[in-house]
Design a protein around this ligand. Sequence first.
Ligand code: ADP
Ligand code: MG
Length: 534
Amino acid sequence: MTLADEARRVAAEFEYSKDDVNKAVKEFIREMDEGLTKDGTELSQIPTYVTAVPNGTEKGLYMAVDLGGTNFRVCSIQLHGNTTFSLTQSKVAIPKELMVAKTAKELFAFLAKQIEKFLQTHHAEHYQGFVRRRKTISNDEGFREEEVFNLGFTFSFPVNQIGINKGLLMRWTKGFDINDAIGKDVCALLQDEIDALHLPVRVAALVNDTVGTLMARSYTSPGKKGTLLGAIFGTGTNGAYVEKLSKVTKLAASSSAADASTTNTTGNMIVNTEWGSFDNTLKVLPNTPYDAALDADSNNPGIQMFEKRVSGMFLGEILRRALVALLNNPAVPLFADDTSAANELHSTTNVDESSPLFTRWGLDSSFLSTAHGDASLGLRMTRQALDRDLAVSAASEEDAAAVKLIAAAIGRRAARLAAVAIAAVVLNTGALDAAAAAAATGPPTTTTTTTTTTTTTSQEEEAGDEIDVGVDGSLVEFYPGFEEYIREAFREIDGIGAAGERRIRIGIAKDGSGVGAALIALVAGQVAGGEEGE
Ligand code: ADP
Ligand code: MG
């Protein structure tokens, strides 16, 4: 067997057919509905208590922090009240050792420290004025309420939300594992460390990144209708969408039900699906030997099974395992040019024994983007990446072609699975039939967004009856052709097809987690009867 044949065989293992996709959509819809009725289901379908939505006239200075799977972002957002905003942001990689710290305090103290640094750097006057007042006035009213930043805390892990700024951690995902934090209120954990540093910051709202993405996209997207779905394809994957409150029947059984319905004038509630756990029992998800081994070796075997086939944290590891399987097969000539004659680089291909290929999580998903998108002569880019990232020196063009083929198959499968989730939400909410779409009043919309660190101007055409989907995350943003693969799958899905596919608009919610969290912090302040930012 030639290397090319073997690569084709492995790539074929990642095929996810039209039939597979359609079966998965049906199962996804079933799990969505089930999750709305009771707890403990595969899709958690968590009510977010977010029902009030922005209309572009909101004003004020807010802070937002975002604990994703890879980075911690701190930002301040000035909402100008005329549909535009300015955003200042800093970003730091979360130290690996803190992801698996002994105590939650270690992680949250680090986060509070980053907030302090941000205030010192970007809001020095505000910060020093506050600290001065705190020092000189010692009574209970030692600082004025309006000096305090309301902060939206974007926390992208499954949380049992019991209030707008209160949520108990259900489980860690994406490589985090701090046992001590399970069951605790993550807002209180953060507030305690903020208070320990005497910072003028109040954790006003707990925001899932999907909800933030939905709100921010809705704020900036063109068209008359609000956004239906906010979806993340970054380190992990998840989505939140606008659901009819009447369908969230499990809320009626909870004490907060009365609360939710009296304050809710829209008849809708944003629901956080936690779709990373779709089909944990593998009824419809694909399961190659590489998927199975990855799961068995992960720190949460048997859960987040959808996420483990779709998101950035895992795609590199799937490819790594596929490549190692080929390498370990002596009959397959991968990275095996042993004479200079067989290799136009005139040197012997060598896989260093310390290559990250032999380490779990050694291969980053961005490598797949490089390989899949490589149009360079002789696949030079991929060979350079093999050398630089994986210590495979002097790989041949055939090697690179094999790697590219398998990487592309893994990326395409991920996008087709992403399409399953998005399509299921579109179909199950009835968004595609015009009547239902007109009745579904999502958040109001605006057209232009300006930020100071990055300028995002939405220039899409004025919308008609499109269904708007906001997305965020490095995978969907940077993986070449990710959206086109999603669209290809849409066209194959019963009930969507080519006509439906054209009506679904997908847009990146740039700075979504920051702006979305700010908008929710603002709404939270109003619901709590608190001061509005001015
Ligand atoms: P977070 O999930 O922390 O919010 P991101 O949205 O930036 O952060 O996602 C980070 C994930 O995206 C990582 O798993 C990383 O491997 C992956 N990633 C980063 N760049 C790329 C790229 N160019 N192509 C594919 N995946 C990428
Ligand atoms: Mg993110």
